[in-house]
Design a protein around this ligand. Sequence first.
Ligand SMILES: Cc1cc2nc3c(=O)[nH]c(=O)nc-3n(C[C@H](O)[C@H](O)[C@H](O)COP(=O)(O)OP(=O)(O)OC[C@H]3O[C@@H](n4cnc5c(N)ncnc54)[C@H](O)[C@@H]3O)c2cc1C
Length: 472
Amino acid sequence: MLQDTDYLVVGAGASGLAFADSLVAEADAVEVTIVDTRPAPGGHWLDAYPFVRLHTPSSYYGVSSLPLGADEIDLAGENAGYYERATGQEVREHFAAAAERLAETGRVRMLTGHEHLGRDSDGERIRHLGSGEVTRVKVRRKVVDARYLEGSIPATHAPAFGVAADARCVPVNDLPAVADSASSYAVIGSGKTAADACMWLLENGTEPDRIRWVRPREAWFYDRRHFQPLAQVAGIVEGLALDAEAGAAATSVENLFERLEGCGRLLRIDPSRPAAMYRGTMLSLPELQALRQIQDVVRLGHVRRIEPDRILLAHGELATDRRTLHVDCTAFGLSDAPATPIFQPGRIVLQQVRHLSPCFNSALIGFVEAGREDDEDKNRLCPPNPYPHSVEDWPRMIASTWRAEGRWLREPDLSGWIADSRLNLLGALPDHAGEQSVQGALKRYLTNVGPATAQLEALGLSREPEPHITIQ
Ligand SMILES: Cc1cc2nc3c(=O)[nH]c(=O)nc-3n(C[C@H](O)[C@H](O)[C@H](O)COP(=O)(O)OP(=O)(O)OC[C@H]3O[C@@H](n4cnc5c(N)ncnc54)[C@H](O)[C@@H]3O)c2cc1C
């Protein structure tokens, strides 16, 4: 039998650690046990491809109590002029340090290499992956599901297409190790990982005409300039103003995305192609220009099979050869788990609340859990907001964020915590409120956010995430 605990957090990735960090800081004398199948804290970052970086600045990523990076501005490369973005190694080191600090409080036990199997009448069942031994933990307060939104990544997923034994296809993780052995490349995937693989090839001197991009769908990306915190926070407020203006004036989803693209809020690599995919990722303009150099873009649907001399796709086939390295970048990334109440009897299910802010959301949920008693009240403040996959999800997701943020503003404890949190991307707003650009954008945002919410709902674009949760 393992030691009893107040909270059992299942998952030591960004979500579980940000939650535990916030809960331990805010709640009196709670004991927390964190369990994860992986050999160390950090979740999917432990298996990320070698050239991965955060796509958002480090400044507001990780756990609240520990900075990530030094908030420096990059001077070179496609991120020049913007705040630094941690490498995978830096993210892993951050989470390792965060876990160590939590353990040092004496209130948090970290069980890596352990799998949570569910519960029976004697408690929560935990299996030691080394020995196979199953023991139990008695949980006095709540089990925290910090794996509900676990995504799939190329290193650990099975591709949805077949690969003949003598064809050359590697997961994106292996690209740097084997790239030199190929004379050309076929990058497979439509999202950010595929864009990163193409950028890695270009930055390492591969001529664009040696890259074929099998990109069945066109995706929307944010312009990274609208996600810069601290001294550049005016860009974030400008982005929010653009969202609200487009939302208030939109007559349909198509019209909404025309507006978002027209004002520079959203980008697509090939503006001549319709884009239906939206995952909330971002690119800088230099990155966009570089990616547009790749002209051999294959749009014959999803890959079905790779053979030594041909690629079979949903809508045709292409010749290939053994000198071409096929690079699998097709994993789904974000989970498509449906909304479920975050606070349930004996259970917390960590999910997105404010869009595209996973660490902030988990820390916020930890704060709310520590300070409130009533689950209905907690759910009112933290309505689940499922991850986006297509353009249809944008209005629902943004409107849900706006509704939740409106409620936070009316709660002094919560708005105080948000104002002080390192994970709040708008944290520097008060310091820059006197700037003309901030004032102008803020005014446009505040003028439009109400009508925009109403407009999205009136158009029937905003789908409530969960019918049995009351939204005021
Ligand atoms: C390549 C990539 C880049 C990203 N970049 C950014 C970014 O720049 N900014 C941003 O805000 N977001 C980014 N994201 C989004 C990302 O999903 C989050 O940042 C975050 O890392 C997700 O963490 P998580 O804890 O929810 O999930 P995970 O990291 O998947 O952690 C879940 C953990 O639960 C464990 N687990 C599952 N089942 C069990 C079980 N039964 N028992 C025990 N343990 C279990 C798993 O082993 C895993 O370690 C990125 C995502 C990817 C894939």
